[in-house]
Design a protein around this ligand. Sequence first.
Ligand code: FMN
Length: 204
Amino acid sequence: MYVLGVSGDPTGKGTVEQLTTMIIESSKADKSEIISLSTLDIKPCKGCFGCVRDNRCKTEDDWAKIEDKVKEAEVLVLGVPTYYGAAFNINALTHTFLERWFALRHNGIKLKLKKVVLAVVSAVGQEEAAITGLKNFFQTYHGIQAVEVITAKGKIPCLVCGDGETCPISLAVQIYGPEVKITDDLLPTLDKQPEVKEKIQKLW
Ligand SMILES: Cc1cc2nc3c(=O)[nH]c(=O)nc-3n(C[C@H](O)[C@H](O)[C@H](O)COP(=O)(O)O)c2cc1C
């Protein structure tokens, strides 16, 4: 079984990347790898329809390095940060990657993909719309019904930006009160979320 991990973590080292890696490692698949979109230059779909005859996108960028991996994968683990949960839901890096799947939809192309695991991270629990949209993407546009979800908490940006104790629109102040002292105790690292590991163990 070939399990492909794709992390949409733009930092390449945050909670999304760590969670995606944990899930991939737990799969014990005979073939697995993780691709960090932070290391690639993948542009949005141009809507040129150049892919319609041969399912090959004609935009020259790093999509060419990964499209065959996507075509070969039997399981995809997609790491997704929630950005602007009340508006756009997922971050642009992940969105751009998925737009390019348009090239994988023509002429009755059959992907080998049997299952998708969504690893969705949000800071304040606003991941529901992202999950709904992503499930719709895989189920409606690619016919992959088996979509499982692992969620975890990531850092509230105001806890790590440096001004979270004093900024007038600080979420840290709104959540923890005006006297908040930002220490590591407030940061929701994955080792403080044992329920996430338990859920991962039940995946395979
Ligand atoms: C530009 C930006 C927008 C964000 N918007 C939201 C949001 O609307 N809701 C939410 O729960 N978290 C939001 N986050 C927090 C991210 O989901 C969180 O930082 C991300 O999952 C990575 O976590 P990490 O910093 O622990 O690696 C946002 C982060 C950034 C940088």
